[in-house]
Design a protein around this ligand. Structure first.
Ligand SMILES: [Zn+2]
Length: 430
């Protein structure tokens, strides 16, 4: 296969952060009927003229070409419990999630599960993710190995949990630290992989384990940190009882040294102004997971308040709390969550958060998230419409925002025609 690939289609990406409410935005870069030239896995040029015959041409005329989506919070072992009935967060963990995660102690299950998960991400147009495997070291090894095999940009780490979890899902501080250090040594900075110190959430780590996690972050500022915060009111109350010395749930992490520019905290629904200021001052970001928040009845995230306070917000599926690996469905749900708060999320704002915005808040803006020379060619190619209803809607759409918003609201993974990772075909609809 030639290393020179030219992808043709209607190119859409962003050069800046779109403002709230602007359906006409100078941050949008729209280049219909253009060629994306890829050499050695990276974008080298974007042009209207067809390249010469030395380029392998992939003609996606009439299709939308976007940067691959970045899902900033998702659980690889939870495909087995997606769409489980009838619980809120704490029940849901005990009833469905913990039993499923226990299976990942088995290396064969960890390996098969990682492959299924990553191929599913790619088949939903998601080329990068920040991922929780399980407490088992083997689950992280398997996930990293599978991502390396696919050439993906992936951030993950062994889950830390040394209390309030069933047998078979607890580690201890000493062994967990040893496992983390071995995994960091093996995978952090290897190809396109990075390690995240992964605290499940405050209730399942002892203060000693949180301190250990903070030490790991302090010793190597290139490490990421991922966890959950203030998702559900019963959870917030439990954290208040477990950590009476902390000012708030978020403050538990702040006191342990876990808030820094590479921290990704899922949810952040039940935060106050002091929490938002702490997030802003530390540079930590919120992974907003609207489908999960609706499905588990957790609450409505205040995106505008977070942004007004200077907090970076990216978007995430949170599967299996969420109901789909589709970032399109996630964006459509984000719109509904904001509508409940009287806000209107534009297609630009939503798409930016799932591409360039996420890349920048992860410190990866030079690698992914836009269709710019020098970036890795992580690209998704979408059909504008699947089926007669969407087809009709597209036929009557006038302005670009109208068209893209309808696509985003009506579309899902069935719209995905192809995905590329570093210019290599990673998914093609059969
Ligand atoms: Zn989660």
């Amino acid at each position: 296969m030639t290393a020179r690939v030219a992808i043709f289609g209607d190119l859409l990406d962003f050069t800046a952060e779109p403002a709230w409410g602007e359906t006409l935005s100078s941050a949008v870069r729209w280049r219909p009927a253009h060629w994306l030239l890829v050499e050695g896995g990276r974008i080298v040029a974007v042009q209207a003229d067809a390249p010469d015959a030395s380029w392998e041409r992939h003609d996606h005329a009439g299709r939308l070409v976007l940067p691959g989506f970045i899902d900033t919070h998702v659980h690889s072992p939870q495909l087995d419990v997606i769409a489980s009935y009838g619980t809120e967060l704490l029940d849901w963990l005990n009833t469905y999630t913990f039993p499923a995660e226990r299976r990942y102690a088995d290396p064969a299950q960890a390996e098969a599960g990682a492959a299924l998960f990553l191929d599913a991400l790619l088949a939903h147009g998601t080329t990068s993710a920040v991922v929780f495997p399980t407490v088992h070291k083997v689950s992280a090894d398997a996930l990293f190995a599978a991502a390396a095999q696919r050439g993906m940009r992936l951030i993950a780490g062994k889950v830390l949990m040394d209390r309030h979890a069933p047998d078979g899902l607890r580690d201890d501080v000493v062994q967990a630290e040893r496992d983390c250090r071995e995994l960091i040594e093996r995978w952090h900075g290897h190809e396109r992989l990075a390690y995240a110190v992964t605290v499940r959430f405050a209730p399942t780590s002892s203060p000693e384990q949180l301190a250990m996690a903070g030490r790991l972050c302090a010793q190597d500022p290139t490490l990421y940190m991922q966890t959950h915060v203030a998702e559900n009111r019963a959870e917030v109350q439990w954290v208040r009882e477990l950590f009476p010395e902390a000012r708030s749930y978020l403050d538990v992490y702040a006191r342990a040294g876990l808030l820094h520019p590479r921290s990704v905290l899922a949810h952040g629904i039940w935060l106050d102004d002091a929490d938002r200021a702490a997030l802003r001052d530390s540079g930590a970001q919120i992974a907003h997971s609207p489908s999960s928040n609706l499905f588990l009845g957790s609450g409505l995230f205040g995106w505008r308040a977070a942004e007004a306070a200077g907090v970076a917000v990216s978007l995430a599926t949170d599967v299996g709390g969420g109901t789909s690996l589709s970032m399109l469905r996630t964006l459509a749900d984000a719109y509904k969550v904001q509508a409940m708060a009287g806000e209107r999320l534009t297609a630009w704002k939503a798409l930016h958060a799932a591409t360039r915005g996420a890349a920048r808040s992860l410190g990866l803006g030079d690698e992914i998230g836009s269709l710019e020379p020098g970036r890795h060619a992580d690209v998704a190619v979408w059909d504008w419409a699947v089926g007669p209803v969407a087809g009709r809607r597209m036929a009557v759409a006038q302005a670009l925002h109208e068209q893209v918003f309808a696509w985003l609201t009506l579309g899902d993974e069935r719209n995905l025609a192809a995905a590329y990772v570093a210019g290599r075909p990673a998914y093609r609809r059969s």
